[in-house]
Design a binder for this molecule. Structure first.
Ligand code: ATP
Ligand code: MG
Length: 193
């Protein structure tokens, strides 16, 4: 960073971001920075965050004290991985919004055992009672099949609700291959804090 001096245009962009974040973000939630590939958007972003004194957001997992900061989000897991390798904690937008609920192996095994027991009991039944028991077993089997599928739920504890700023630095626009790209800064909804 220290060996780079922002150009005049970059300097104006940095100033515009700072002005937006400090005075306009409560009215205008999104700041978009446009520029052709390689023109210095990510560099502008780094300067602006540094000058605003914003650090990476700390989720405070293990009860550690932490200050709300910047969450970097990407569209794909691959992009998040690349950024993490370069030292920026990044995650997909999807993981910021949803959490995946999966049944544990023990829960699935317990449900399957109940089905086996119900099947054994049904063998001793006849007529209407047997038909009813078989319908129940079918519903239980369907339940186990559903348990094995991951489900998505809105994540109320998402970092997105507590961060000061959400950064999306890989937003392509326009026709594919025309090189015009943008970075997007989004202030986390203050009402959610
Ligand atoms: N003011 C500057 N002086 C010298 N080098 C610079 C300056 N601004 C940016 N660079 C360098 O130019 C290259 C491209 O900059 P940067 O990655 O910020 O562009 P970008 O617009 O984010 O590109 P992309 O669209 O590919 O994401 C980087 O190697 C960066 O270090
Ligand atoms: Mg960039």
């Amino acid at each position: 960073m220290s060996d780079i001096t922002p150009s005049d245009t970059q300097h104006r962009a940095i100033a515009a971001i700072k002005h937006w974040f400090q005075s306009e973000a409560d009215r205008k939630q999104v700041f978009r920075l446009f520029g052709y590939a390689g023109t210095g958007k990510s560099t502008v972003l780094r300067f602006a965050l540094e000058e605003l004194g914003l650090e990476h957001h700390c989720g405070g997992g293990n009860g550690e004290p932490c200050t709300p900061g910047v969450v970097t989000a990407t569209f794909t897991g691959k992009a998040a991985l690349v950024l993490r390798r370069k030292g920026t904690p990044a995650r997909t937008i999807h993981s910021l919004i949803y959490s995946v609920i999966e049944a544990t192996e023990e829960e699935v095994e317990a449900a399957e055992k109940k089905i086996e027991e119900a099947v054994a009991r049904a063998r001793g039944l006849t007529g209407f009672e047997r038909t009813t028991a078989e319908a129940t077993i079918e519903a239980m089997r369907q339940g186990v099949a559903d348990m094995k599928r991951p489900r998505f739920a809105l994540n109320p504890k998402s970092d997105a609700a507590h961060a000061k700023l959400i950064v999306l630095d890989e937003v392509s626009h326009g026709r594919r291959g025309d090189g015009a790209r943008s970075a997007e800064l989004r202030q986390a909804d203050p009402r959610a804090r």
